[in-house]
Write a protein that binds this ligand. Structure first.
Ligand SMILES: Nc1ncnc2c1ncn2[C@@H]1O[C@H](COP(=O)(O)OP(=O)(O)OP(=O)(O)O)[C@@H](O)[C@H]1O
Length: 681
């Protein structure tokens, strides 16, 4: 399109950058320099301009913004939402930091109409809008959603694959009611959602079991595996079952709880022995290839399994979901477990949240409902469910939401607080925090970063709550003696104890920057522990430094999210006769259920950061005895109710809210996350 035509479309009063590509690129340069855009986002617009010099400025802008949105977890750019509230939709300026000199998205896009933007995209040589499956242009426009082609493809693959699986129900044994009754005999719940979830999963190649913390997702899936494996073992053809989770930490947690649950199953040893106890990461399951986003297993080389269970599914991003589905043999079953209300993955896509859109209301068809009542022997009449149809709600027919927390019932402040936050009930949540009615939830008001109350909280001991002094005390008190050889397993035992003690407390921050961001809090805590004589140093590598791995390293077997602690150990001599040496090594749990420890040379570690504080995002899949959520002083686009809910539900025994300004908590709780995608069933 020519410049004069664009002027007509753009209309008077619009920012000149919207119809002058050079000016637009200069503005994108400025946004990049401010840290508002990634190099990648700006480079995409530059690349398209080089390839297609008459590409309209509005299309270049859209390309940079699609890429920017991916960095914020959105699979696509929603043109309408972007124009309705540009700064909010684009989370710009990031973390609320306005820079006066820069033109804001709201100023750039003021007066611009969605139909004009769409029209220019449709006419562009870099966008496919008609039958995109036959095209190869880098951008794809579907209605008002603009995608990078690769993400559009992932979304299509996920939708097509799920619809295919949902369209192929499986036969269930005639005696399913009796089998369910035997497995769920002791239940006091009516309806017992665990039993219903198990029944639904038994009849399909795809199913979802969602629920908050302690609602029994693991319990249910272990019984489901027993249900499926019993007849298979009886005919001498046990099912090949694999268990996986998105991170090593989540896999280690599930390995621990699965082991306990399988042991308590009311089934023959031959069946429980045929249920795996080890949980792997999705990356390991699919077979990561070095320096590649492809996996060893894919549609052409599918996984050798009959049943795949993936836990902590809220952390699965769209690309990973597409890869898992591609590698799954057509006849296999996939069961996703997770809490749909948690924060989504850091990568693009909120797959579980999108797939569970109808989970609260049930939306079962008359047929599904009648079938569930028949096989479970329970009535759903009083369950307050919505009525759906197979055609309009195909996925809902294979989704069950567990609604009763066995760990955090009404006696639990953590449970009540999490539920209030989930309902966006900020006043109710505040009442719970200030009432003093629950001994497991706490609130700490701080006047300034140097407030002594913060030091007390961090060190621990406040009302008997764990803090960081605990693991450092264990480090000192249980250190192996001078004479212990480097080959002695006592060093591993010591590291295990220190790591275990570190898991008792974790500070979680909502943001990275500012006085209450991860970076500053990490430095302040290290300095505090050093001043109190608990650490020898707070700079570089020092004994007691806890670190978080921020990038997968397959050679070392370390995954993004793994936590290790630097310890001074004695190393076995390399050659017989040589003296043993003391060395600083970072101890990591092996995450394979063995309880083993891996000691790594600090200089060999990939990207790591101190982890006295971590972002709530990074804490997903982990659990700590005492969690303290530190809120920043000002409202911020990343503060959402999902973030607060995720932080609260990381706590197994105590939760503390740390705040320095009124209203920030309330604002967060009243702001549900919106992730843009086209994944809808
Ligand atoms: N039907 C039940 N009756 C009694 N106790 C139960 C029942 N279901 C689960 N529990 C107990 O509740 C606790 C939590 O169960 P489980 O670990 O299965 O939940 P989850 O949803 O997987 O939890 P998480 O939040 O850790 O993912 C366990 O101690 C389990 O034994």
């Amino acid at each position: 399109m020519q410049g004069d035509q664009l002027d007509l479309l753009a209309g008077p009063g619009l920012a000149v950058e919207l119809h002058d590509s050079q000016r637009l690129l200069a503005l994108l340069d400025q946004w990049q320099a401010n840290g508002w855009l990634r190099t990648l986002d700006r480079a995409l617009a530059g690349f398209l301009y080089e390839q297609v010099p008459d590409c309209p400025a509005s299309v270049l802008l859209a390309a940079a913004l699609v890429s920017h949105q991916l960095g914020h977890g959105h699979v696509c750019l929603d043109l309408q939402a972007t124009l309705a509230e540009p700064d909010f939709a684009l989370s710009l300026p990031p973390e609320g930091e306005a820079i006066e000199a820069a033109l804001l998205p709201s100023q750039l896009l003021a007066g611009w109409r969605v139909t004009d933007w769409q029209q220019q995209l449709v006419a562009s040589a870099v966008v496919d809008s008609e039958r995109p499956e036959h095209g190869s242009r880098p951008l794809v426009l579907v209605g008002r959603r603009l995608y990078l082609r690769r993400y559009w493809q992932y979304e299509r693959q996920v939708v097509d694959s799920l619809l295919q699986r949902l369209g192929q129900p499986l036969a269930v044994p005639a005696d399913l009611p009796a089998r369910l009754q035997a497995l769920f005999a002791g239940s006091q719940q009516n309806p017992d959602w665990q039993r219903l979830a198990c029944a639904l999963a038994a009849r399909g190649r795809f199913s979802i079991i969602t629920g908050g913390p302690g609602t029994g997702k693991t319990t249910t899936v272990v019984r489901l595996l027993a249900l499926l494996q019993t007849p298979a073992v009886a005919v001498g053809q046990p099912l090949r079952i694999r268990l996986a989770a998105p991170t090593g930490k989540a896999a280690a947690r599930l390995t621990e709880s699965i082991g306990k649950q399988v042991g308590a199953l009311p089934v023959d040893a031959s069946v429980s022995e045929a249920i795996p106890k080890e949980v792997t990461t999705l990356h390991r399951l699919l077979g990561s290839l070095p320096d590649s986003r492809h996996f060893r297993h894919h549609a052409g080389n599918p996984l050798a399994l009959d049943v795949l269970v993936v836990d902590e599914a809220s952390m699965i991003d769209l690309e990973m979901m597409a890869c898992v589905l591609a590698a799954l043999p057509p006849g296999a079953r996939l069961v996703l477990l997770g809490d749909k209300d948690q924060l989504a993955s850091v990568e693009a896509g909120a797959v579980l949240g999108d797939l569970c859109r109808y989970a609260d209301g049930g939306w079962y068809s008359e047929e599904t409902r009648a079938w569930l009542e028949q096989v479970s022997g329970q009535s759903l009449t009083a369950a307050g469910l919505q009525i759906g149809e197979q055609v309009t709600h195909p996925l809902a027919q294979q989704t069950a939401m567990l609604r009763y927390s066995h760990r955090f019932g009404s006696h639990s402040g953590i449970g009540e607080l999490a539920r209030a936050v989930n309902r966006c009930d900020s006043a109710g949540a505040r009442r719970l925090l200030v009432s003093g009615g629950f001994s497991d939830i706490h609130r700490q008001r701080l006047s300034a970063p140097g407030d002594p109350a913060f030091a007390t909280l961090v060190l621990g001991g406040n009302e008997g709550l764990p803090g960081y002094a605990g693991y450092l005390q264990v480090l000192q008190d249980t250190r192996p003696g001078q004479g212990v050889s480097g080959a002695d397993p006592v060093w591993e035992g010591w590291a295990r104890k220190v790591l275990h003690a570190f898991d008792r407390f974790q500070l979680l921050c909502a943001v990275r920057r500012g006085d209450w961001g991860v970076e500053a809090v990490n430095q302040r805590v290290a300095a505090l522990l050093q001043r109190r004589g608990l650490l020898r140093s707070d700079q570089g590598w020092y004994e007691g430094r806890p670190v978080l791995v921020t990038r997968n390293d397959y050679a070392l077997g370390l995954m993004n999210g793994d936590i290790g602690i630097a310890l001074r150990i004695r190393e076995p001599a390399l050659q017989p006769g040589e003296p043993e040496k003391e060395a600083l090594r970072v101890a990591f749990p092996r995450n394979d259920g063995s309880g083993g420890i891996r000691f790594v040379l600090p200089s060999r570690l990939p990207e790591v950061e101190s982890v006295f504080a971590m972002t709530v995002h990074k804490s997903q899949g982990s659990e700590f005895e005492h969690v303290a959520l530190v809120l920043p002083e000002a409202g911020n686009p990343v503060l959402t109710k999902e973030l607060v809910y995720t932080a609260i539900t990381r706590a197994s025994a105590h939760f503390s809210l740390v705040e320095s300004r009124d209203g920030v908590f309330e604002q967060a709780v009243q702001t549900p996350v919106r992730r843009i995608s086209g994944l809808a069933f």
